[in-house]
Write a protein that binds this ligand. Structure first.
Ligand code: ADP
Ligand code: MG
Length: 502
């Protein structure tokens, strides 16, 4: 394990500089350069290997790429939402390297003429502080396929005896958003990385150009980190930690790299410019490959594609259609929902604004929606090592709350129902029926249980008649226990009091 310096100590000696590269998968119907399907996550992941492909995606001889118009429109919208200028003419370029998951042996990307450049995005930190993150460019490119390593442990290449390749993802449209080096975040650099990623995700969702589910790999982040001695004016050597695919991980990875690099530098060592891998289980990074300079990719303009030249008019149409920026939207929602600063930050920091909004739209009160997402759902997600957003849908949460409000479920029963929903047993209503979890408010069943409890505590009715109404508590408790928490406690109490008066 690498030596690590205490984080505060590292910050005393060095200034951290970070740069973030975020890939957003677009939800276009077809691929970037072919007519092969690009279905939504669920269908995509259910597809058999190498069924979502066309000759272009395999680089077969004679096949020619055609630019996907929808992908261009989505990229322009994203560029505009990031405050970028849109290039009147931008070009695709070939990035050459050998890797078996790209049949052509080059990736069509953009290099010196990206579609969008020079922007900035407003990012809100956990305590509400606003930070402007400068954007260098956003460019279009195609995704690569996926290798499946066989015979090793946990699908890793180490120890594998062979590898299979699935080209379904090859050619899926991506936009890569690259920040300029970000200075001045200081000890909040890890937190800023996380908040930035969350903001990009929210922007992509608000534009409707991506499902933007991090746990599905729709949004992926490479985190560049370097340190320089306090007072230095040149940048230090950076490392690029690849594919940190959750908001929590990006924060941890940046923090880890700051501590690791500081220990090396303080010891008189040098940082190797390299890519690094993030290990979710140990919370460490490990060396990947030495990082090539752009020259090594032998970029050259893609001869099979014309430049993309959107008209001024088209750009203005797309600009007019931009949704409210997530930061502005958050301010509006906070007021509408009547949350305190802390309540709202809880929601925002969990990346749950959209979920709470959708849950309210599905009928829950703002307070109930907030409690579910920041409370029980976050707890369940953390325990399972997943994102809360991947566990249940907002509609299900609203339904669960409705079942509580109408008395079908107690809070406790609702938590059991949630387990069933998270396990894929169906909607809350279906889980209630299948598991028989509804609160029993049928008087017949309740009276039978009360009679049973009264036989064990025959003096209770006398006590109640004598004015000690709280004596009913012991009987309510016994009834609840006998009915495994499924009795309607309020009705049980009424029935006991009625009995005492009889
Ligand atoms: P690459 O092709 O190596 O991925 P990019 O230009 O796509 O290069 O992205 C590099 C990222 O690293 C950018 O976000 C850039 O701002 C950032 N960056 C460049 N130099 C440094 C540095 N010394 N320290 C931290 N970040 C850096
Ligand atoms: Mg890059």
């Amino acid at each position: 394990m690498a030596a690590l310096m205490d984080f505060d100590k590292a910050l005393e000696l060095f200034e951290p500089v970070i740069g973030l590269e975020v890939h957003v998968e677009l939800n276009t119907k077809t691929k970037m350069f072919s007519s092969a399907g690009n279905p939504a996550n669920e269908e995509f992941h259910a597809a058999a290997p190498n069924t979502l492909i066309a000759p272009v995606d395999l680089g077969l001889p004679g096949s020619m790429p055609v630019v996907n118009r929808e992908a261009v429109l989505s990229s322009i919208s994203l560029g505009l939402a990031l405050g970028c200028s849109i290039a009147p003419s931008s070009r695709f370029a070939r990035k050459n390297y050998f890797y078996p998951d790209l049949g052509k042996n080059y990736q069509i990307s953009q290099y010196d003429e990206p579609i969008a450049f020079e922007g900035s995005v407003e990012v809100e930190l956990a305590d509400g502080t606003l930070v402007e993150v400068p954007i260098e460019r956003a460019h279009m490119e195609e995704d690569a396929g996926k290798l499946q390593h066989q015979g090793g442990s946990a699908g890793r290449i180490q120890g594998a005896s062979s590898s299979l390749v699935d080209y379904n993802r090859a050619g899926v449209p991506l936009v890569e958003i690259v920040t300029k080096p970000i200075f001045g975040a200081e000890e909040r650099a890890p937190e800023l990385a996380k908040a930035y990623l969350l903001t990009i995700r929210d922007i992509a969702r608000s534009l409707g150009i991506s499902e933007a589910r991090m746990e599905r790999g729709n949004v992926r982040c490479d985190a560049n980190v370097s340190l320089r001695p306090r007072g230095a004016s040149t940048l230090g050597t950076r490392t690029e930690t690849k594919n940190v695919n959750s908001m929590r991980s990006v924060e941890r990875a940046v923090r880890y790299e700051i501590r690791r690099q500081a220990a090396i530098l303080a010891d008189g060592g040098t940082i190797t410019q390299e890519t690094r891998h993030w290990h979710e289980d140990t919370g460490e990074t490990s060396p990947g490959r030495p990082k090539s300079d752009a020259d090594d990719y032998r970029y050259f303009p893609e001869p099979d594609l014309l430049p993309v030249a959107p008209s001024e008019e088209l750009i203005e149409q797309l600009r007019a259609r931009l949704p409210e920026a997530p930061a502005a939207k958050r301010r509006r929602l906070k007021a509408e929902w009547g949350f305190t600063d802390l309540e709202f930050q809880d929601v925002a920091n969990g990346g749950l604004v959209d979920e709470v909004e959708a849950t309210i739209a599905a009928g829950a009160s703002p307070a109930a929606a907030r409690k579910w997402w920041t409370g029980e759902l976050t707890r369940v997600a953390n325990a399972a090592g997943r994102e809360a957003t991947g566990i249940v849908s907002p509609a299900h949460v609203a339904e669960l709350q409705r079942l509580i409000d109408e008395g079908t479920l107690t809070d406790k029963l609702a938590r059991q129902v949630l387990e069933g929903v998270a396990a894929g047993e169906g909607s809350p209503r279906e889980v209630v029926d299948a598991r028989g979890l509804a609160v029993v408010s049928d008087d017949g069943a309740l009276i039978a249980a009360i009679d049973e409890a009264l036989r064990a505590q025959p003096d209770v009715l006398e006590k109640i008649r004598g004015g000690k109404v709280q004596a009913a508590g012991a009987v309510i408790g016994a009834v609840m226990k006998a009915m495994k928490g499924q009795a309607d406690a309020a009705r049980v109490r009424e029935l006991i009091l009625e009995r005492a008066q009889a």
